[in-house]
Design a protein around this ligand. Structure first.
Ligand code: BGC
Length: 392
């Protein structure tokens, strides 16, 4: 029932997308390897909806006879609920299928992540599930003498510049950005009101490939309004490199937002919308607005549905978040591990979009859904993600 509701919302989002002119044509402007944006942009083909099977990498059989039933899972941080939920769900499912699981969180520190992965490899984990902190920093650790025996699943974030990555499980991150952009368009009713409105823009960590997808998805929706003058960016900060947020940190977003308020909005000038790619950044923006800002409260986007942010949505301090269903994504990754271990063909639903600079990585993308004040109870409480107690 919930699944049907969610897919209705996803369909509605896609319809909204078509209505605002974001056709598949403009979606092709996203890059698969966003951090390679200074070089030629890879234009994409649309992803297919039907699962297709990937037979595994030639020369790296899915199941060598003596493959240990041991899996390493390396995630960026435990501090964001979504990562700890993803990790716990994968661990639970894999352990109940008889795997030994080494689950590690790296405190958003690239060198910690590298050494955790090195020790997973040394302790005979032959299948690794990794969400990289820095997309480009894992080449060395993954290209060990044993790398031909190791199968790597890139989780949520794509590992770049190495052919050591075999599969990718994620969400259509460009679509998440699109949904955030569309939310602003609809909330300000940009097509039917004269404006102009004031917008400020935040992007994610510069080392995370997803950051570029979110930014591109949102900016492809918002750019026409910026170009026509209906949306003003008083700070003038709209280039990706000017608006990134190191390690997606709340404090960094808060500092930048406080500086923007002090410089451009301290006289009560209204900020009508703040584009935030995820919830840690949205929280920093909310914190900053609670300081010296005296104007009308802006539309604020986010993603992850972290508890602190759902509370902000309930208090009308954040307008929306995008819910990425960890149970579906973690389940798919766990299933992939099982398929790899069993030597079965691996289910993917996209074999052309995600070129990581060294190869095109077969991917499985799962859906996401917009959550706001109108549907958080249905999606998050009805869906068993949180209880009313968690949110009080
Ligand atoms: C993920 C987001 C997450 C962010 C910070 C991104 O790669 O897609 O869900 O909020 O990293 O951890």
């Amino acid at each position: 029932m919930l699944k049907r509701f969610v897919s209705l919302i996803v369909t509605a989002s896609v319809l909204m997308l078509m209505a605002c002119g974001c056709s598949s044509e403009s979606r092709k402007t996203r890059g698969s390897n966003y951090l390679g944006r200074d070089t030629d942009f890879a234009f994409l083909t649309e992803e297919t909806d039907e699962p297709v099977l990937d037979p595994g990498k030639p020369g790296k059989p899915n199941k060598p006879a003596d493959l240990p039933k041991k899996v390493g899972i390396s995630l960026p941080t435990k501090n964001l609920i979504r990562w700890s939920r993803d990790g716990e769900l994968m661990k639970k499912e894999l352990e109940s299928a008889g795997f030994t699981v080494d689950l590690q969180y790296a405190n958003n520190d690239t060198s910690i992540q590298e050494s955790q992965i090195a020790s997973m490899i040394a302790s005979d984990c032959r299948i690794l599930v990794i969400a990289p902190i820095d997309a480009r920093s894992l080449n060395k650790v993954l290209n060990t003498p044993k790398s031909n025996e190791i199968t790597v699943i890139s989780y949520d974030r794509l590992i770049l510049d190495t052919d050591a990555v075999d599969y990718y499980v994620s969400i259509d991150n460009y679509l998440i950005g699109t949904l955030q952009g569309l939310y602003i368009v609809n909330a300000l009713d940009l097509d039917n009101t004269p404006g102009p409105y004031n917008l400020e823009i935040f992007a994610g960590d510069p080392g995370d490939n997803n950051g570029g997808f979110f930014f591109n998805g949102a900016m492809d929706v918002l750019r026409p309004y910026i170009d026509s003058g209906k949306l003003n960016i008083l700070s003038g900060q709209k280039k990706y490199d000017d608006v990134t947020t190191l390690e997606w940190r709340t404090e960094q977003a808060q500092n930048r937002m406080e500086a923007l308020i002090a410089t451009y909005y301290s006289d009560g000038t209204t900020i009508d919308a703040v584009l935030c790619p995820n919830d840690t950044i949205a929280l920093g923006v909310v914190n900053a607005l609670q300081g010296t800002y005296t104007g009308k409260y802006p539309v604020i986007t986010g993603a992850d549905c972290d508890i602190a942010n759902v509370k902000c949505i309930m208090a009308s301090q954040q307008s929306m978040s995008v819910f990425k269903d960890s149970s579906i994504m973690a389940h798919r990754a766990a299933q992939m591990v099982q398929e790899i271990y069993d030597g079965k063909t691996v289910q993917v639903n996209d074999t052309s979009t995600y070129n990581n600079g060294a190869k095109t990585v077969p991917a499985f993308l799962v859906d996401s859904v917009v959550v706001d004040i109108n549907n958080y109870e249905t999606i998050l409480i009805g869906g068993g993600i949180y209880t009313y107690n968690d949110l009080s």
